[in-house]
Design a protein around this ligand. Structure first.
Ligand code: NDP
Length: 449
C-alpha cells in the first residue's frame, strides 16, 4: 500500500512551492489533509485519481480593479477577488469579505474551508469566497454604495444563481448586499434573487439568515454538551467579536441560560461580570456602527480593556471565538485551559491556530471546529436560495427548525466519522472526513474535472 502520510506531505510541499507567500492557505490545507490520512489509506482510488492535487488548486481565481470616487471627489482604487474553489456538488457558495487585510492567501484559505463546510451541510453547494481590501469602516453610505456598484460591475459576469452565489462576511452585511444586488439586477435586467444571499426581507431574504451563524453555533454546542449529559445552562461564556456572528451567538447562549461575560472588536474587549447587555451591544454595533469601548461608558458594571487578546484571559467554562482567524494562539489556548475552560467552539473561521487546537485536544477540552460549528450561516443561505427558487418565504420558526436539525445532523455526522476512524472525540478529524468524502466521490464520478 502506498504511504498516504508521504502522499499528504508531498501535496503540502507542492502547495508551498507553488505559492510560498500564502501562509493562511498552507495552514488550512495542512489541517484538512493531515486528518484525512485514514480515509486515503482505506481508499487508494483517491490518490490514484490525484484528488488532493486537484482539490488544492482552485477551479478559477478572478482578480480585478475596483475604481470608485470618495465623497471628496478623489479617485480610489481597490482590488477585488473571487476564488471559485470547487463546484463538484453545487454552484460555488461563500461570502464576500471587505477588510484591509484581504489578500489571495486569506481568500483561498476561506474558500478551501468553505468546500468542506458546505459539503457537511448536506445541501447541494460548492465552495468559493471573495472580497476586497476595501475598508467600509468610517465610509459614508454613499461611498459604500459607489464601491459596491463598481465591485459588482465586474463581478456580475462571473456569478449567477446556477454558477456562483456570494453572501456576506466580515465587513459585508445587509447594507452591502443590498447595494450589490441592486447593481447586479440593473446590469442583468433580471430578478435573479438567488444570485446573492443575506438579502433584506423585502427583496428575497430569508428570515433567520441574520441570526443563523450565531444560533447554529449554539445548536452545535448544545449537541456537544448533550453527548456528555451536560448543557450550557448556568455556564460562564466568553465570546470574542461584536459583529453578526458574535451578537447572535450571545443571544442564543443567553436564551439557553448561559452567562456571557465578554465581547470585543478589533480595538479591545469588554468584561461585564453581570452578563452582557445585548440591547446595548446591538445599539452600538448595529445601529450606530460604533466601537465596543462605548459599552463600558453606558453600562456601569463593565470594564473596557484595550487589545483583543486579553479576552482569552477571562475565566470561563465555554469559549466562543467569533471575530476572525488566528485570534487564539498557543499562548491564549494555554491560559484558557489553565483557567478551566471545558469547551471551545469556533464561530469565526479558523480562529484557533493549529498549535492551539492541538493543545485543546491534548488537554481533553471539547473542541468544535469552525467548518462544522459555524456552518449554520451557509446552510441558511442555501435555504434562502431554495425559497427564492420556489418563490416562497418560510416563517422564522420553520427556518429556525430546519437550521437546528441541520446543525444536529452535522454534529452527528462529524461524531460518527470520528468514531469510525478510531478517535471518537476528535471532531476536527470527523468533520474533515465527512466533508471530504462527499466532494471526493462527486469529483470521481464526474471524470477528469
Ligand atoms: P462582522 O464584520 O459582522 O464582525 C466581525 C467582528 O470581528 C467585529 O467585531 C470586528 O471588529 C471583529 N474583528 C474583525 N477583524 C478583527 C481582527 N483582525 N482582530 C480582532 N477583531 C476583529 O463579521 P461576521 O460576524 O460576519 O464574521 C465573523 C467571523 O465569522 C469571520 O471569521 C467570518 O468569516 C465568520 N463567519 C461568518 C459567517 C456569517 O454568516 N456572517 C458565517 C460563517 C463564518 P471591528 O468592528 O473592530 O472590525
Amino acid at each position: 500500500m502506498a504511504d498516504m502520510k508521504k502522499y499528504v506531505e508531498d501535496v503540502l510541499e507542492l502547495v508551498k512551492r507553488r505559492d510560498p507567500d500564502q501562509p493562511e492557505f498552507h495552514n488550512t490545507v495542512k489541517e484538512v489533509l493531515t486528518t484525512i490520512v485514514p480515509v486515503l489509506e482505506k481508499n487508494p482510488k483517491y490518490a490514484e485519481a490525484k484528488i488532493l492535487e486537484r482539490m488544492v488548486e482552485p477551479e478559477r481565481v478572478i482578480t480585478f480593479r475596483v475604481p470608485w470616487q470618495d465623497d471628496k471627489g478623489e479617485i480610489q482604487i481597490n482590488r477585488g477577488y473571487r476564488v471559485q474553489m470547487n463546484s463538484a456538488i453545487g454552484p460555488y457558495k461563500g461570502g464576500l469579505r471587505f477588510h484591509p487585510s484581504v489578500n489571495l492567501s486569506i481568500l483561498k484559505f476561506l474558500a478551501f474551508e468553505q468546500v468542506f463546510k458546505n459539503s457537511l451541510t448536506s445541501l447541494p453547494i460548492g465552495g468559493g469566497k471573495g472580497g476586497s481590501d476595501f475598508d467600509p469602516k468610517g465610509k459614508s453610505d454613499a461611498e459604500v454604495m459607489r464601491f459596491c456598484q463598481s465591485f459588482m460591475t465586474e463581478l456580475y459576469r462571473h456569478i449567477g444563481p446556477h454558477t456562483d452565489v456570494p453572501a456576506g462576511d466580515i465587513g459585508v452585511g445587509g447594507r452591502e448586499i443590498g447595494f450589490l444586488y441592486g447593481q447586479y439586477k440593473r446590469i442583468r435586467d433580471a430578478y435573479d434573487d438567488a444570485v446573492l444571499t443575506g438579502k433584506g426581507l423585502t427583496y428575497g431574504g430569508s428570515l433567520t439568515r441574520t441570526e443563523a451563524t450565531g444560533y447554529g453555533l449554539l445548536y452545535f454546542v448544545k449537541n456537544m454538551l448533550a453527548d456528555k449529559n451536560d448543557s450550557i445552562k448556568g455556564k460562564t461564556v466568553v465570546v470574542s467579536g461584536a459583529g453578526n456572528v458574535a451578537i447572535y451567538a450571545i443571544q442564543k447562549a443567553q436564551e439557553f441560560g448561559a452567562k456571557v461575560v465578554t465581547c470585543s472588536d478589533s480595538n479591545g474587549y469588554v468584561y461585564d461580570p453581570n452578563g452582557i447587555n445585548l440591547a446595548v451591544v446591538k445599539q452600538i454595533k448595529e445601529v450606530e456602527r460604533g466601537r465596543i469601548k462605548e459599552y463600558a461608558a453606558r453600562v456601569p458594571s463593565a470594564e473596557y480593556h484595550e487589545g483583543c487578546k486579553g479576552v482569552w484571559t477571562v475565566k470561563c467554562d465555554v469559549a466562543l471565538p467569533c471575530a476572525t482567524q488566528s485570534e487564539i494562539d498557543l499562548e491564549s489556548a494555554k491560559i484558557l485551559v489553565s483557567n478551566g475552560v471545558k469547551l471551545v467552539a469556533e464561530g469565526a473561521n479558523m480562529p484557533s491556530t493549529l498549535d492551539a487546537i492541538e493543545h485543546f485536544q491534548k488537554s481533553g477540552i471539547m473542541f468544535g471546529p469552525a467548518k462544522a460549528a459555524n456552518a449554520g450561516g451557509v446552510a441558511t443561505s442555501a435555504l434562502e436560495m431554495s425559497q427564492n427558487s420556489m418563490r416562497l418565504s418560510w416563517t422564522f420558526e420553520e427556518v429556525d427548525k430546519k437550521l437546528e436539525s441541520i446543525m444536529t445532523n452535522i454534529y452527528k455526522n462529524a461524531k460518527a466519522n470520528a468514531e469510525k476512524y478510531g478517535e471518537p472525540d476528535n471532531l476536527v478529524m470527523g468533520a474533515n472526513i465527512a466533508g471530504f468524502v462527499k466532494v471526493a466521490d462527486a469529483m470521481m464520478a464526474q471524470g477528469l474535472v
